[in-house]
Design a protein around this ligand. Structure first.
Ligand code: PLP
Length: 358
């Protein structure tokens, strides 16, 4: 039996996709082999790769002057690849620090160039996005990096920043959750395992103009120009993750695309926040204007009940609700593959739990 899975990443995948992968696992499209057992340079796999890119381009309406790269190393490798490709050693890059993931991103980048933390959410204990008017941007910055959705803190930007420098966004936990105007960005990157597919793959969407400036000594697997020139196949790519993400892109198209996903995701988030806010028992600390649609942290009025909550939820078929180890409490991640039925079940359980223990 499948459970309602609220994992933050690796996260739930659509059942239809898993069933398709299962059905064609041992004899993929009449080849007598699995998709994992064939060359990445075979005609058959090249077609899978090209189709995944075409579907992703269609879903996000990615303009023609952007490259889509399929890479490894997760979003974490991009924390370093970005400055190696976009900033000279004497350049300065601006970062907005809104929590755990932006902090990690800028911590890595410090090894490669000067970093200016243009705004920091510390004053709100990272429960809000610093007011745009207060940002201290560097004139001529190599780029501005921000984390549109902080997966651990549950803080999401309610706007796309308007800045002169190329805008770089870590969309690991929000990509494909709603339509996006890609032309506003210089570079978008995301690890696959939250809202796209299995771990092992990351996607980089980058304006062509920004390519070709990698610093001396950049390993070729991290050099965007080199990766683009070889169609993301300068070495063996994670073929299964690429294939499976491609199935997810097709599933998203069948759901009606990102407009339809946005409606569902908004409804899921609204239901859960309304349940929390009206409970008198649960609390979400995030500024209501910056609440994430994808990751909803909440605490119980009686933290001593945390373990009981997690155990009883699991007994009712709802898993992975414990908060990140750094913050405690609870967190429900509501990515695309998490249905409104899952959120209804969770909110009913929460109301019932509060009634019994409140
Ligand atoms: C999960 C996550 C990461 C780290 O991703 P890896 O693929 O494990 O490197 C980085 N940024 C954000 C916003 C995330 O949610």
């Amino acid at each position: 039996m499948r459970v309602f899975n609220f994992a933050s990443g690796p996260a739930a995948l659509p059942l239809e996709v898993l069933e398709q992968a299962r059905d064609e696992l041992t004899d993929w499209r009449g080849s007598g082999m699995s998709v994992m057992e064939i060359s990445h340079r075979s005609k058959a796999f090249m077609a899978v790769a090209a189709e995944a890119e075409a579907d992703l381009r269609e879903l996000l309406a990615i303009p023609g002057d952007y490259k889509v790269l399929f890479m490894q190393g997760g979003a974490t490798a991009q924390f370093s690849a970005i400055p190696m490709n976009l900033a000279r050693t004497d350049a300065c890059a601006d970062y907005i620090n809104t929590g755990a993931w932006s902090k990690k991103a800028l911590g890595e980048a410090r090894h490669y160039c000067k970093i200016n933390v243009a705004a920091d959410g510390a004053a709100s204990n990272y429960t809000s996005v610093p007011l745009r008017a207060d940002w201290k941007l560097t004139p001529g910055a190599a780029y501005l990096h921000y984390t549109p959705n902080e997966t651990i803190g549950g803080v999401e930007f309610p706007f796309v920043p308007q800045v002169d420098a190329p805008l770089v966004a870590d969309m690991s936990s929000t990509i494909l959750s709603r339509p996006l105007d890609v032309s506003r960005f210089g570079l978008i990157y995301a690890g696959a395992q939250k809202n796209m597919g299995p771990s092992g793959l990351s996607v980089v969407i980058v304006r062509e103009q920004l390519l070709g400036h990698a610093r001396e000594g950049t390993p070729s697997v991290w050099n965007y120009q080199a990766v683009a020139d070889d169609g993301s196949m300068l070495n063996t790519p994670p073929t299964f993750a690429w294939y499976l993400s491609g199935l997810v892109f097709k599933w998203l198209k069948r759901q009606g695309g990102l407009g339809a996903m946005a409606q569902r995701n908004r409804a899921k988030a609204e239901l859960l926040y309304a349940t929390i806010d009206s409970s008198g028992f649960y609390r979400n600390p995030v500024d209501p204007a910056c609440r994430s649609w994808m990751n909803v942290p909440f605490v119980l009025a009686k933290p001593a009940l945390d373990k009981t909550f997690v155990t009883e939820a699991a007994e009712s078929g709802m898993t992975n609700l414990a908060g990140h180890r750094s913050v405690g409490g609870m967190r429900a991640s509501l990515y695309n593959a998490t249905s409104i039925e899952a959120v209804r079940a969770l909110t009913e359980f929460m109301r019932e739990f509060a009634r019994r223990h409140g």
